[in-house]
Design a protein around this ligand. Structure first.
Ligand code: GLU
Length: 509
């Protein structure tokens, strides 16, 4: 029988969710939705030393900003909870016991100093079948001694007992069969008595099993752990329901070789986090896609194509389209270069397609920050509609359309030189009269009247129009002049022309 698709995104709350983690969450989500399955969010917080306050909330906020929906999780609830590993201690205790009783795991008392001494003494030391006989563990020690130490409450760990010389096969949907010999694996710690918590490996396997996870979709950095995980499924007697593994290709630096790092982002000026992150300890602020002015749909689209392609040349795809086309058949084994410029390109595409009223919502905070108020939603939206063709990120809308909200206080020198002659002030005075006489300021009508006036006077069209633009915008840039004056209140236009006449020094004749 086909298994119901159940996938999980299982981050550890050890800091802000990295953009690579977001890509993992997205692929899990796309796969789940594609197959009518469930998407679980499990918080893997068994390493209390690495816990960072705010990280869990950050994960939730990031996924919800991006529209990556969760069916079961800490917030959502569900039939397989709790979804936070620190709340599942009893469960892990039970399976630790089972492994010990079945002889699949053993107790070890070695102190960090003793382990260090073994590392010094034995080249390439690994805790395994070849070395465990000389260490302090329940396989090597007298049972009486073990009992005494346990009764005394000595600290211990539980290690998996890996049998030597076995072939371990990891079946991966992207990589095919990955085979390793168990001799290269060490007897990893599964549980630590100091904090009465399992390690990542045990908790991860137990939860995937109990939560009936069908596919483990995660970053390539977890591939080296997969053989151990296969052995753990075996040791627990769960081999038949072992999930299908899918290890996603690495995200690589935009230039050069190696894994994408925060430093690459700092150097080249792009975020590696979905949302801005304020480090609670250092106070350091790391930039986020949201705060930089990206649209979540664009980030999703961009990330989806880092390691996957739809099998055709479609690029701009919204979430439903991505879900429809998604499959691991078109995932690459090799790493994907993090082409952040492509991300900017996607954002431009999504800005162009977004309703101006929605962009106005996102733009308002920028106006507020600049202390600008009093503009209607409609005014803002129409201004944005005129300039967004030249914008990539939300703040670019300000760079392109600032003049809709503040009058120029300076005039571009180069344009003044070229377009503001000794005759200009008088012509601009005349223009004020023409504009004040127009009844219908709609773009086409105003244009016709102004151009007719210019022609009837025999003025130079380019010079007059550019001087007009200089007065209203402050430079020879911006959208169609009569579109601007259709939107901007006429008194404001007139005021700006007057100010230009008064402040731009007339050149010598
Ligand atoms: N807790 C691991 C992480 O932080 C999960 C790895 C996995 O998905 O198995 O990514």
């Amino acid at each position: 029988m086909e298994r119901k698709v159940r996938v999980r995104f299982a981050p550890s709350p050890t800091g802000p969710l990295h953009i690579g983690g977001v890509r993992t969450a997205l692929y899990n989500y796309l796969f789940a939705r594609k197959h009518g399955g469930d998407m679980i969010l499990r918080i893997e917080d068994t390493d209390s030393r690495r816990f960072v306050p705010g990280a869990e909330e950050y994960i939730n906020d990031s996924l919800s900003w991006l529209g990556i929906g969760i069916d079961e999780g800490v917030k959502e609830g569900g039939a397989y909870g709790p979804y936070k590993q620190s709340e599942r201690r009893d469960i892990y205790r039970k399976y630790t016991r089972q492994l010990l009783d079945d002889g699949k795991a053993y107790i070890a008392f070695d102190t960090p100093e003793e382990l260090e001494a073994a590392r010094q003494e034995i080249p390439n030391f690994q805790y395994d079948a070849s070395t465990r006989g000389r260490m302090r563990n329940s396989l090597a020690m007298d049972p009486e001694e073990v009992k005494r130490l346990m009764d005394e409450g000595a600290q211990y760990v539980v290690r998996i007992k890996i049998e030597p010389d076995q072939e371990v096969v990891v079946n991966d949907l992207i990589r095919g069969e990955v085979k390793v010999n168990s001799n290269i694996l060490d007897d990893k710690v599964l549980y630590k008595s100091t904090d009465d918590l399992p390690t990542y490996h045990l908790a991860n396997i137990v939860d995937d099993h109990l939560m009936e996870v069908s596919h483990v979709i995660r970053g390539e950095e977890w591939l080296p752990s997969a053989p151990l995980h296969v052995l753990l499924y075996r040791a627990l007697g769960w081999e038949d329901t072992m999930p299908q593994f899918v290890h996603l290709p690495l995200l690589l630096k935009p230039v050069g070789n190696g894994k994408l790092s925060k430093r690459d982002g700092d150097k080249l000026g792009f975020p590696v986090f979905p949302l801005e992150w304020h480090d609670p300890k250092s106070g350091e602020v790391s930039s986020g896609y949201r705060e930089k002015g990206y649209l979540p749909e664009a980030v999703v689209n961009f990330l989806a194509l880092l390691g996957w392609n739809p099998g055709d040349d479609s690029e701009v795809m919204d979430m439903p389209t991505l879900i429809d086309k998604f499959s691991f058949d078109h995932c690459s084994k090799s790493g994907a270069k993090f082409d952040f410029k492509k991300g900017i390109w996607f954002n431009h595409e999504y800005l162009m397609a977004a309703p101006d009223s929605e962009l106005a919502e996102l733009f308002r905070p920028i106006l507020e920050e600049k202390g600008i108020s009093g503009y209607s939603d409609d005014y803002i939206a129409r201004a944005i509609g005129m300039v967004k063709g030249r914008a990539n990120l939300i703040p670019d809308l300000w760079d392109q359309g600032d003049f809709f909200f503040i009058a120029p206080t300076q005039y571009a020198e180069k344009d003044v030189k070229k377009r503001w002659s000794a005759q200009t002030p008088a012509i601009m005075e005349e223009l004020i009269g023409v504009l004040e006489g127009i009844e219908d300021m709609s773009s086409a009508n105003a244009e016709k009247i102004v151009l007719d006036w210019i022609a009837s006077k025999g003025y130079h069209l380019g010079n007059v129009m550019n001087a007009f633009r200089l007065a209203v915008v402050g430079a020879c840039r911006g959208p169609h002049m009569f579109d601007i004056t259709e939107l901007m209140p006429r008194e404001e236009v007139v005021k700006r022309i007057r100010r230009a006449i008064e402040t731009i020094p007339a050149p010598a004749e």
